[in-house]
Design a protein around this ligand. Sequence first.
Ligand SMILES: Cc1cc2nc3c(=O)[nH]c(=O)nc-3n(C[C@H](O)[C@H](O)[C@H](O)COP(=O)(O)OP(=O)(O)OC[C@H]3O[C@@H](n4cnc5c(N)ncnc54)[C@H](O)[C@@H]3O)c2cc1C
Length: 318
Amino acid sequence: MIVGAGPTGLFAAYYAGFRGLSMAVVDSLPEAGGQVTAMYPEKMIYDVGGFPAVRGRDLVKGLVEQAAPWNPRYLLGRKAEGLRSADSGLEILLDGGDVVRAGAVLITAGIGEFTPRPLPAGDGWLGRGMVHFVPALDAHAGQDVVVVGGGDSAFDWVLALHPVAASVTLVHRRAKFRAADSIVREAQRLGVRMITDAEVSEMRAGESGELSEITVQPKGSDALVLPAQTVVAALGFTADLGPIENWGLEIDHRAIAVDSKMATARERVYAAGDVASYPGKVKLIATGFGEAATAVNNIAVALDPDAHLFPGHSSNVE
Ligand SMILES: Cc1cc2nc3c(=O)[nH]c(=O)nc-3n(C[C@H](O)[C@H](O)[C@H](O)COP(=O)(O)OP(=O)(O)OC[C@H]3O[C@@H](n4cnc5c(N)ncnc54)[C@H](O)[C@@H]3O)c2cc1C
């Protein structure tokens, strides 16, 4: 069982398949890709081996494709809440009460579960026109989209949606943006409408029941009504290890202490990626990939003491 479908968990799913293990991958987000999907899918990444430059979204797509031949069972939109020992191995308790049995657990929970910062006027609109991130740009082709926020993610969505949407408007509650100057300038160059010192005060559905327009209230002036089929609430995320802190593991600075096998303090429970802590740790996608390979190969031996630690070379497999 892999807890977390970020880059590390996805690569671990490939590796588990390569080692002949079956696996389920649980993630509380509705899409795979962890921080990359949630925070920077449109950014180029320059420090993943073998890719001089790769867009976040494309890296995640490649990882999902790489694992696909081994048929990982994805449990997306589900949170791993509990871990207990059972006669047959381990049991992971999911929100909603389901229990998944596993011989070993690999925790690749990154910086923890993301909780999007709420947009007060968007209460009840999630999935009915309001989103916190955009898994598929095409879904917004021809729409009027309003992006709320003033940081890098908000501007990334503005720039990504601009070529596909009918209109993109940015609404930010302050006069100054937190985003990098270069992307703010690019949005200005493209003529994106930016309404600052203003908040979305109401969202309304049309006859179809879908979101159709919003009211924006600037400070000290009259309210504006904008057409909107989608509101992207890009107000940032908080991240929290949450229930994992109570799984009987050694927690070190909001991460899980591991040894050189990526084993935690609990038998058959391993950790890799941003969530794993050891002296000299560097939190990067590249290190997460290496740790995933180390963890899964050690899990293979823990599950079958006759198995070799070294997996053989993938290049020798037809
Ligand atoms: C803006 C930004 C830019 C970055 N740029 C780079 C870069 O250029 N190069 C680089 O190498 N790194 C970069 N990073 C860091 C990189 O994204 C992380 O190192 C990487 O995502 C870690 O992968 P991971 O799979 O270990 O964890 P994450 O990507 O954090 O994935 C963990 C997953 O676990 C899930 N999860 C957590 N708890 C639970 C639970 N209880 N139940 C179910 N699911 C759970 C979360 O929802 C999440 O999807 C960047 C990070 C940010 C924020």
